[in-house]
Design a protein around this ligand. Sequence first.
Ligand code: NZQ
Ligand code: ZN
Length: 390
Amino acid sequence: MENFVFQNPTKIIFGKGTESQVGSEVSQYSKKVLFHYGGGSIKKSGLFDRVIASLTEAGIQYLELGGVKPNPRLSLVHEGIKLCRDNDIEFILAVGGGSVIDSAKAIAVGVPYDGDVWDFYVNKAVAEEALPIGTILTIPAAGSEASIGSVITNEDGWYKRPINYDMLRPKFSILNPALAFTLPKYQVACGAADIMAHIMERYFTNTKDVDLTDRLCEATLKTIINFVPVVLAEPDNYAAWAEIMWAGTVAHNDLLGTGRAEDWASHDIEHELSGIYDVAHGAGLAVIFPAWMKYVYQHDVKRFAQFATRVWNVDYSVWAPERAALEGIRRLEDFFRRIGLPTTLNDLGIVDDRFEEMASKATKSDTATLGGFVPLNQQDIVDILAMARG
Ligand code: NZQ
Ligand code: ZN
């Protein structure tokens, strides 16, 4: 195990009806906030009205900025920054999924900066400060509710890029599993794939002697595997959603990566897909992750065999570890298909071949490699995309 520092200060407020506490939580930071949300699901579900009631009761003034799209856009971030500056807003409340939270984080880091906030996403500048944010989560998926990340798409060139800063962790996140009851099945499945990917990006490591975090990863994966089929059949099963929602946060709050090197190549490749084709992030991962696994598993057959036996109950023969490794990958793909996800680029409807372009964008014209487990160059990424074609 490697040396590490673990500090995750996000206050998690978990459970039924907890959104009614939002006013009193926000009032600890500011009496005037930006209320940021997405395309309208929160209005349909009644959450919007409950948030307004709680803010009003706590004497908090708010300005609204809705319209965040999945794969959140830089143009709306610019609008939010201007709104905050013009109205002296000091706190941002994000109500929605990863896209809304990431957009809020981008606004938060853009307000105190004189230049264009995109500078941070292309490593042209380093952010020094950010407004505080708080969240009410409506979909277990991205883990942004307790993460340091924000991923934004710049419509100029369709670049999707992340930033990571400790100061971007939300001050509080309200997690009421009942808010997920209204999710479309496809979004449930996309969220599941993203949560699993966050765990697997950490699981496939070259660091030795990390048995505790291996087992925490395996348990969290099994939670998703066990309970996602339950909520697909019974969308209002609170107990199952509670397991999934907490697993989604634990998967990406950095606990599972403590003391170990991580990978993240599949995420970087997927960001090129959702940047260009505007596919849901989880769906892109369900296509890329299995292809990545088939491409790299020989680097550490034992680790893949452990994944297969402990997570997927594959029968292991000491004489044929490679067979177990491949069976684990097959069962992962099979699970993705069973919950309604695409597992090939063809399934995603991507039939043109912009592999060179995506691989070049991801590796900055082959000057950088992706991934900590097996470093991948431009040609490796082209090959993985070709394997994912289907
Ligand atoms: O916009 P609305 O109308 O709210 O609809 C959303 C959206 O269409 C809908 N939805 C959310 N909650 C709902 C609901 N519909 C009905 N009932 C509810 N309770 O679901 C759709 C998807 O929402 P989105 O926020 O895009 O989903 P998700 O949470 O999966 O976020 C995806 C984004 O997060 C980024 C991804 O790249 C992607 O852009 N990520 C952020 C990370 C981070 N900040 O740490 C890490 C991740 O790896 C990921 O890259
Ligand atoms: Zn992700």
